[in-house]
Write a protein that binds this ligand. Structure first.
Ligand SMILES: C[S@@+](CC[C@H](N)C(=O)[O-])C[C@H]1O[C@@H](n2cnc3c(N)ncnc32)[C@H](O)[C@@H]1O
Length: 268
């Protein structure tokens, strides 16, 4: 594993070996999830967690900062932080066209037809930038902060993906990840991928209606993965409220979420 590589310089491997388990076929499942009671409560908790930690995320509220909301879904992160950062511009990316449409509809509901100046999403996948040529334009780099909420557990190789996200953020700025804390008692230990010499072996992912997922990340994983991806100054905050999941959704023992941040290093 190529530990210590700068977050701002993803390896060639990062763009070829990492992939996401989600595809356009999962759109209907994703959209129906928003009607489910516990999902609505979870999204409220994510917003509350981000709001309560807004002065810790590394975003300057007095400046017109540009924030990447990666794997944006229907806009939980951007909507949750709009009031905390009234000068900020939120830019969403999601692999599913249906989610991008929902994001822009939500933005329009809250901000009116001129929402683009504050909140706007496009379809895209950093694993496959060639499919979204617009992502090579300068405005999709040098973000003042990138936030990925409940998206990292969908990607095959979370370490590669942290690198890809870090390359979109200004050196010295922060990447923020919100996700499930892994329940190490409820889940068998992960098996190192000997063949590919990687920490994450996609065959250890768990099947769910939307493809396959990692059952969250332990605090040790979070710190190690950012570090292996080349980030510095890693910090993790565990959200104190347990998320009340119904039995059928309590897959992998997930019920606690975390918010974490790390800094993209300055060039030497
Ligand atoms: C559980 S939802 C989270 C949505 C939102 N961030 C939130 O916190 O409510 C996961 C989202 O990740 C998106 N996603 C999964 N893999 C992705 C990838 N490789 N690139 C972009 N989006 C991805 C899915 O389409 C979905 O909208």
């Amino acid at each position: 594993m190529d530990s210590g590589q700068a977050a701002s310089q993803p390896s060639a491997a990062a763009t070829t070996t990492s992939s996401s388990s989600i595809g356009q076929d999962e759109s209907a499942v994703m959209n129906s999830m928003y009607q489910v009671d516990w999902v609505q409560k979870l999204l409220m908790q994510i917003k509350e967690c981000l709001r309560q930690n807004s002065d810790w995320l590394g975003i300057d509220p007095s400046k017109p900062q540009t924030i990447l909301d990666y794997a944006c879904g229907n806009g939980t992160v951007s909507l949750g932080l709009l009031d905390s950062f009234p000068l900020a511009k939120f830019r969403g990316i999601d692999i599913l066209d249906s989610q991008v449409q929902l994001y822009n509809e939500e933005a329009s509901k809250v901000l009116g037809p001129d929402h683009r100046s504050r909140m706007y999403a496009i379809p895209g996948d950093l694993n496959d930038p060639e499919k979204t040529p617009v992502l090579s334009q300068p405005e999709w780099f040098t973000f003042d902060c990138a936030i990925m909420s409940f998206g990292l557990h969908h990607v095959d190789d979370p370490i590669d993906f942290l690198r890809l996200l870090g390359a979109r953020v200004k050196p010295g700025a922060t990447l923020v990840i919100v996700d499930w804390v892994r329940d190490t008692k409820a889940n068998p230990p992960r098996v190192y991928d000997q063949a590919r010499e990687r920490k994450y072996n996609p065959s250890n992912m768990l099947p769910v209606p939307m493809g396959k997922v990692w059952p969250g990340f332990s605090e040790d994983d979070i710190r190690e993965d950012y570090t292996l991806a080349g980030f510095t100054a890693v910090e993790v905050r565990i959200w104190p409220e347990k998320i009340d999941l119904p039995q059928q959704a309590n897959f992998g023992g997930r019920s606690i979420l975390y918010v974490s941040k790390a800094t993209v290093p300055l060039p030497p």
